[in-house]
Design a binder for this molecule. Structure first.
Ligand code: ME8
Length: 597
């Protein structure tokens, strides 16, 4: 039974190596693409059923409404999920809400609602945002669900039965806002808005309080060397690398045992410790187990749990890269394959906060910029390694330049009735554009073809490492090159009555449509609606949109092009309507002004 699986795995690796070699050697002949494409096709067939992929977002606290940063976490995960589906993986994608803990208990009290009603209301707001923004989750988990309670209790019992949890007492700092315990070194002095001296977390800036209570402790200290071994043996387990280094550093410092419960008298809103009704399970232990709950823990989690990848913001790295792997090692479960970490969005250079009045509502913005516009902006401008700054002005300029003018303009040119009166995928003429120079195409045109041919491998590498902005950067550069190609040869100036001119005109359009087909296919994970519109207009059917089908410009290699001669799709609508920034200012005068300060 084992051999076929190994064979499949090896063949997938071989394909990956080949794709990589195509990327590092851009001078490769156009023929090589064909080889890769055939292999890709076979890889999809042979690996499909064996290739599962499980991606998660953090589950979001329901103490406040969703903001731009939350949507960012979800859009990154959605992009990777869609990309894996395009590669032929069987992908599972979980998101949801984190509903227990003191912070939620207090927020519900302040709202005058019972906690569950309060959680349901806010959880629905997250769900609504994600549905509106095409976040194609396959499971939406709420920690108040029964299936999750069962998973957490089971997980706790496993740790308890292994002697990894003991009754002790905790004395130290606690931040309710972060639901986190802190050492004296992590705490500093500050003054609150009423002028009172307070202690705050140096990392988050949130207020901390001294607490002393009897509770259960997890033997975190016992896992330090195992965690170090894991990371040293898996240098790509935490990406980007700067965050991997941060975690290594943490593990070289003191790693005290961790309090994993709170007294029920202080925290009622949570899952009781099995066998001790006086204690409530610590909200982070409860929350982290959500990833297992969705995988089907404790009964049927193996298929998904072996292939888990987490997307997390930088502020919750320690919980995911230290506590969570330690809990999993304790429970005898595999560790996540990758923890992808992203940095934060600031607004006008400042941290988003209610008191500054600069919280960006992603739902409102996605109505102004369109859902795909919002997704494109976040992924094009969001850099995982460092914080990115949001302004409306940046968004509208970027979207107008890259989606409306560059990509939309290119489609318009190739499909305009003036240049393409038959409204078809025009024919490619090998005499006009031979595989080696000698026809009417010039050196720059061959460079463009080389860049577009290599695009899938380059984009794939960037998607795999969560550097989506780099993938979009190279796609955008290719779109510009294709516009340059059209501009250079000015097909509108060609003499249609001359048969060679007509053939060259058709070839220019054919090559541009092939480029657009590549862009539409590769952009699907980022802008699914725009890509659908683009590919439909090119007449590319839904079953021709996988990464294995992307075979670029086969005619130049003397092969058939299945699209040549096809009638274009009938939707002639604009791909992305130019945004008017005055509209944004009018609709949202106060917030826009503040954001620009
Ligand atoms: O931390 N920019 O939930 P959360 C980008 N419930 N991302 C941001 C951001 C910003 N300005 N602000 C927050 C929790 N985020 C826990 C997770 S998982 C088992 C439990 C990101 O609602 C943040 O980094 O406070 C995190 O990844 C996510 O939003 C959820 O934050």
């Amino acid at each position: 039974m084992r051999t076929p699986f190994l064979l499949v795995t090896r063949s997938c690796k071989a394909i990956h190596r080949l794709q990589h070699s195509a990327f590092v050697s851009p001078v490769s002949a156009l023929y090589r693409h064909q080889t890769i494409s055939v292999l890709r096709n076979s890889s999809t067939v042979s690996c499909k059923d064996d290739r599962s992929y499980y991606i998660t977002t953090p589950i979001f606290y329901v103490n406040a409404s969703p903001h731009l940063g939350h949507l960012y976490s979800a859009v990154i995960a959605d992009c990777l999920h869609r990309y894996k589906l395009l590669q032929g993986f069987n992908s599972k994608f979980a998101t949801g809400t984190d509903e227990h803990g003191l912070k939620i208990q207090q927020a519900a009290e302040a709202a005058g609602k019972d906690p569950l009603t309060f959680c349901t209301d806010v959880s629905e707001r997250f769900k609504h945002l994600f549905n509106s923004c095409n976040i194609s989750y396959t499971d939406y988990i709420r920690t108040t669900e029964q299936r999750h309670h069962q998973a957490v209790k089971h997980f706790w019992s496993v740790l308890w039965n292994k002697g990894l949890i003991y009754k002790g007492s905790y004395e130290g700092w606690y931040s309710t806002q972060d639901e986190s315990f802190l050492t004296a070194l992590q705490v500093g002095d500050a003054v609150d808005s009423s002028g009172n001296e307070i202690k705050v977390s140096l990392e988050s800036g949130h207020k901390v309080e001294w607490m002393k209570e009897e509770n259960y402790m997890f033997r975190l200290s016992a896992f330090r060397s195992q965690l170090l071994d894991w990371l040293k043996g898996n240098p790509r387990a935490i990406q980007p690398e700067i965050f991997y280094q941060v975690v290594l550093k943490w593990l070289q410092e003191d790693l005290p045992d961790l309090s994993v419960s709170r007294q029920r008298s202080r925290l009622q809103w949570g899952i009781p410790v099995p066998g001790d009704a006086e204690q409530t399970i610590y909200v982070w232990l409860d929350a982290l187990v959500n990833y297992l709950t969705v995988a089907g823990y404790p009964d049927i989690h193996n298929q998904w749990w072996n292939v888990a990848h987490h997307i997390v913001g930088k502020d919750i790295l320690k919980f995911h890269a230290v506590y969570w792997p330690a809990f999993l090692l304790g429970a005898g479960l595999p560790l996540p394959q990758t923890i992808y970490v992203h940095s934060h969005w600031t607004v006008g250079g400042k941290k988003m906060s209610k008191s500054l009045g600069n919280v960006v509502d992603p739902l409102e913005r996605s109505k102004q910029f369109t859902t795909d516009g919002m997704r494109y902006f976040l992924l094009r401008q969001g850099v995982p390694d460092s914080d990115s700054d949001y302004t409306d002005d940046k968004a509208f300029k970027l979207l107008n330049a890259e989606l409306a003018d560059s990509l939309g303009g290119l489609l318009n040119r190739c499909t305009a009735p003036a240049l393409n009166p038959a409204q078809i995928y025009t024919a490619f003429c090998p005499q006009s554009f031979p595989s080696e120079q000698g026809g009417r195409a010039v050196g720059e045109d061959y460079h463009m073809l080389e860049a577009v041919k290599n695009l899938p491998a380059v984009v794939e590498q960037h998607y795999e490492s969560m550097h989506v902005y780099k993938a979009l950067e190279v796609i955008s550069a290719c779109v510009r090159q294709t516009n340059g190609f059209v501009q250079r040869h000015a097909p509108w100036k060609l003499e249609r009555s001359d048969i060679t001119d007509q053939r060259w005109l058709d070839t220019i359009i054919h090559v541009s449509l092939e480029c657009l087909r590549m862009y539409g296919t590769l952009l699907q994970p980022v802008v699914p609606e725009i890509s659908d519109k683009l590919l439909s207009r090119l007449g590319v059917q839904p079953d021709e949109r996988g990464l294995a089908d992307v075979n670029f410009l086969p005619k130049i290699r003397g092969m058939d092009c299945p699209f040549e001669g096809r009638v274009l799709g009938s939707d002639t609508g604009v791909l992305f309507t130019r945004l008017d920034n005055l509209d944004i200012d009018k609709q949202n005068p106060k917030k826009t002004k503040k954001a620009k300060k």
